[in-house]
Design a protein around this ligand. Structure first.
Ligand code: TXA
Ligand code: MG
Length: 347
């Protein structure tokens, strides 16, 4: 299959390109498109055969449910049994935006492979001109996971989608670099108090201001849950080819680690704030300015992907605090590293 990548920038009305995308979706095909978080790979969420193509293109395990994207709040009641006042309040405050709300699904409407057999479904309205225009023109719900091969870092540029899915999908709408760079917050509203299944751009603090108590399980609590609530969180994720080690954001620790690893024959790639660039690593990818978590989140996946274009044999990534969006960044970094750290006390 030939994969077309079409630019939908702000110049020109691009109506013809949107029509192509809508026609493909209506014909049971998949289309990649940008959202404010990462690129998604979409199919009509009521079309089981089309949804199957998402799993095939990504190589995604079929027990991992997909998020349903909608273009207007009114549509939610088509797919959801009962919308609680708190859920409605969250939609009014945070949509369009990076918040996925898990609620009990009406049965028999969405394709069963969208929810992977669960009785619940995660819904969100993306805050991106291209995604919203596509959804509102199509007037159907779109199931869309991140548009990467399963296990790889999520795509923040159309080029990343192309690298992963070239030849496997017919169309990529290229809307440039995504803004947030980390996937949406997934909030389970089927339990009281609600539980954050995946931290993201909408933080626990922001949610609590609107609906009161919200639980964000820490790593230990997540491990205690024998059945992961967000099924996707149990798989390897966000992983470049070379192993990743987390490291404290301290120049002395990082330069010692680089020298130690290089002496052992490793080629070291360092992902860290811009002021860490001169510590002697073989490759350096900047997370932006130190203490700027938004920049770090926006660059994380691009930097992890960039390591695959080098001959680095080990990747050091500096960490951040879990305050605010730091919770989402550390969640992704921990997964990319498989929980492994470089610690001076252990050498
Ligand atoms: O920002 C995002 O959320 C992006 C863009 C494209 O919208 N999408 C995305 O989808 O990250 P995906 O499939 O890569 O991640 C969806 C996560 C998975 O961890 C999945 O297990 C969880 O949400 N999830 C989906 N539906 C769920 C449900 N009904 N109950 C619990 N977890 C669910
Ligand atoms: Mg994903």
């Amino acid at each position: 299959m030939n994969t077309k990548r079409l630019l939908v920038d702000n110049d020109g009305d691009n109506e013809q390109i949107y029509s192509q995308a809508v026609d493909l979706l209506n014909d049971g095909e998949v289309v990649a498109f940008p959202t404010e978080t990462v690129y998604g790979l979409g199919a009509v969420a009521t079309d089981e055969k089309a949804v199957k193509k998402i799993f095939q293109a990504k190589g995604r395990p079929s027990d991992n449910p997909l998020i349903v994207h909608i273009g207007t709040i009114e549509e939610v009641s088509d797919y959801i049994e009962h919308i609680s006042e708190n859920a409605l309040e969250l939609m009014n405050v945070f949509w369009p935006g990076p918040l996925t709300i898990v609620m009990k699904a009406k049965s028999g409407i969405l394709a069963p492979n969208v929810t992977a057999g669960l009785s619940t479904v995660g819904i969100r309205m993306p805050d991106h001109e291209v995604a919203l225009r596509l959804l509102r023109k199509l007037k159907k719900p779109v199931a869309a996971p991140s548009a990467n091969r399963s296990g790889k870092p999520s795509p923040t540029k159309a080029q990343h989608v192309e690298e992963d899915l070239q030849g496997k999908i017919p169309l990529i709408l290229d809307g440039g670099t995504t803004g947030i760079g980390l996937e949406s917050t997934v909030l389970d509203m089927t339990v009281t108090p609600p539980v954050i299944l995946r931290p993201g751009g909408v933080t626990k603090e922001m949610l609590q201001e609107v609906i009161g108590e919200v639980i964000q399980p820490n790593k230990e609590q997540q491990k205690l849950d024998s059945i992961p609530k967000a099924p996707g969180m149990k798989y390897t994720h966000y992983a470049p080819n070379a192993p990743v080690l987390l490291i404290e954001k301290d120049q002395h620790t990082v330069s010692t680690a680089i020298a130690y690893l290089q002496k052992d024959g490793y080629k070291v790639a360092l992902l860290a704030p811009i002021n860490f660039s001169k510590l002697g690593s073989d490759y350096f990818f900047a997370f932006g300015q130190e203490e700027d978590k938004e920049q770090m989140g926006a660059k994380l996946y691009e930097d992890l992907r960039a390591c695959d274009k080098t001959d680095a044999t080990i990747i050091l990534a500096t960490t951040t605090s879990t305050e605010g969006v730091g919770a989402a960044i550390m969640n992704r970094l921990e997964k990319a590293a498989g929980g492994k750290w470089f610690r001076l006390s252990e050498i």
